[in-house]
Design a protein around this ligand. Structure first.
Ligand SMILES: Cc1ncc(COP(=O)(O)O)c(C=O)c1O
Length: 368
């Protein structure tokens, strides 16, 4: 029988997909997958329809030139932006520093590029890192560091001081920062998003990764981008060209409309997310989960030890089957699964009614 590559064998299918299938089977509220279940803004959908009607062609990157053509590559979502950037910049055998818990794509991204991940812990309750542990992960083998702020799954928003510590190491070891800032507009309690590219000496050694997906509630549209120096962008564009050629042109056109939304759009987005966060946070705490309020993004990483959880995967399955609520087992966010054995991640980009339903189900399902 023909076999898949050694690379492909080194990672599994997304655990989130499995949880989603289980949710469907048990008719559970799916708080495992972080896609908004509410509609995208009408203006952006209208712009996409107009662009389709007008026969917008692939080669013209309408309006996406926030910067000159040389600094931007438009990709199929942040997912392709990250893998294209790593393939373009990291050589097989190079080391890449990854904070954990991590967004689950980063491990496979590193493996596909033949890179060696070096994991550095973010520790609760504020999910900060030990500067000495971070410094020890850097060496002359290090080519990149993957950063995600605001962070999935912890909700951490890296402070300027923390970013300065990271930037100092990047400058010292001549390392590229791959900075996934897809949740930049989803912030709570006065948290401020600082792009690492804005720190001294970092503009030329940062690939800033972003997408329409989260900010405009269009995760299925698959439009993202990188911002980097012209030389790094040239490499990313080459890889991107051979991976996917381009993101859907009419949706790029709609993206240009979205990027010009007024400040009020982003204020409303954040305010709506505070309400969703607070609803789910109170609900989870009320039934016995221990959780910190996230400062950004739209996930709550909840500790279920007090509810008797010793095996996150078994607990997540039971929660779907008996309470009818889906969450992601915490171990999928760690290189060492034991670090996530009592954790579950709940996503809250959902209608208020969906979240209320989920909380009511948890109350009933965990009562006995
Ligand atoms: C941190 C992070 N980066 C990237 C993505 C994927 O983004 P996209 O849908 O634009 O590929 C996600 C989606 O969950 C995410 O949480």
């Amino acid at each position: 029988m023909l076999d898949v590559s050694k690379k492909a064998k080194r990672f599994t299918e997304s655990v989130i997909r499995e949880m989603t299938r289980l949710c469907r089977r048990h008719d559970a509220v799916n708080l495992a997958q972080g896609f908004p279940d509410f509609p995208a803004p009408r203006e952006i959908k209208d712009a996409a329809c107009r662009a389709i009607a007008d026969d917008v062609k692939q080669l013209r990157c309408y309006g996406m030139e926030v910067d000159p053509e040389r600094d931007i590559a438009v990709t199929c979502g942040a997912t392709e932006a990250m893998i294209a950037s790593i393939l373009a910049i990291v050589d097989p055998g190079d080391e890449v520093v990854v904070f954990e818990p991590f967004y689950e794509n980063y491990g496979p991204d590193a493996i596909l590029a033949g890179a060696v991940p070096r994991f550095v812990s973010l520790r609760p309750p504020d999910w900060t890192f030990d500067p000495d542990e971070l410094a020890a992960a850097f060496s002359d083998k290090t080519r990149g560091i993957i950063l995600n702020t605001p962070n999935n799954p912890t909700g951490k928003v890296f402070t300027r001081d923390e970013l300065e510590t990271i930037a100092t190491l990047c400058r010292k070891w001549d390392v590229v920062a791959f900075s996934d800032e897809i949740y930049e507009h989803i912030l709570y309690d006065g948290a401020v998003h600082v792009p690492i590219a804005t720190l001294p000496g970092m503009a030329d050694r940062t690939v800033t990764i972003n997408a329409l997906s989260k900010t405009y509630s269009v995760t299925g549209w698959r439009v993202g981008w990188t911002i980097a120096s012209p030389s790094l962008t040239a490499g990313i564009r080459k890889v991107h060209d051979f991976l996917t050629v381009g993101a859907a042109a009419p949706l790029q056109e709609a993206g240009a409309v979205a990027l010009a939304f007024p400040e009020s759009y982003y204020r409303t987005l954040a305010a709506d997310y505070v309400a969703r966060r607070d609803l789910l946070l109170a609900g989870l705490r009320g039934v016995g989960f221990q959780c910190e309020a996230p400062r950004g993004a739209y996930y709550i990483l909840a500790d279920a030890e007090g509810l008797g959880c010793r095996d996150d995967v078994a607990f997540a399955r039971r929660l779907i089957e008996t309470a009818g609520v889906g969450a992601v087992p915490g171990s999928s966010f760690f290189s060492r699964p034991e670090l996530g054995r009592t954790l579950l991640r709940f996503a809250f980009p959902k209608h208020t009614a969906t979240l209320e339903d989920a909380v009511a189900r948890l109350q009933r399902g965990l009562a006995h």
